[in-house]
Unconditional design. Sequence first.
Length: 331
Amino acid sequence: MFINMEVQQQQSAPLVSFIVACYNLPEHLLCTCIDSILSLSLQPGDREIIVVDDGSDTSPLNALLKYGDAITYLRKSHEGLSAARNLGIELSKGLYLQFVDGDDQLIPSGYEVCLDILRAHPNGDMILFDFDESTFSSSTAPHMPRPTSGTSYMRHHNIHGSACGYLVRRTTLSELRFAPGIYHEDELFTPLLMIRAEVVYPTKVKAYCYQKRPNSITTNADAPHVEKRHLDFLHIIRELNLIADRLPKNDQLAMERRVAQLTMDYLYNIIVQTRSLSITLQHIQVLRAEGLFPLPNRSYTSKYLWFRHMTSTRLGLALLVKALPIMKRER
């Protein structure tokens, strides 16, 4: 008798694989993260939790024994977040993937909305959601989002770069993986994933609680660390810009918007972190040589238009160098 092995595998596969990457985390944070996943309405057979320890100095295994077969714990040599996530992808079996950083947690009330969409619309490639800094989400009743393509969404919206901000069908990923050895790897991964997605459900529900910790990848103020973040961010902008040139027209327009947004973010961070007009001008010179500056004259958002106008003159840049660090501090 003929058996469709692909269908049989899909029927036995978990609905969602949660890939939790961790490195040198307090055990209580990692356990809180896992507990937030276990609190969802998914039955044991519908979920898979893969904890990838990226070579922590001390293994959290003893604290994780209480979860028994509810999780899979993997410990590897320290190679960075990208390598940890890529290992999780290779070993996962779920129809959909959710990346979770081990010091964060899901917001069950919001995440259940995303699961409801997934169950009702199994054709979805990606389900997008928002972040919050608390585990309490809005009480506003969510509306059912209208599907769109990833390219269309990118053409008309600024996207969240974080790979933790969506559920994604594993077949949509195909061979795409996180680039190892760089910071801001999500900013390269997510746009490339979006243009692959034919059916995207964008929601405004707050389903992910982001914990801002001192000395994390994004908050570490050590000078070599900051310099590497800047260099890697610029590398990603260059890569996406080169890729945009080879894409079909609609995909190209979508990627050009993302490149312009990232370039604006790059300059904003240079201004805020260096507070130096001369250093900012040096970075602009590099961007200009790459064809990334001046910023394209597009009406993406009012903030983009304002920033483009201010950076187009030396006087405007000087005002930004004075004002932006103060505005950042007061927020």
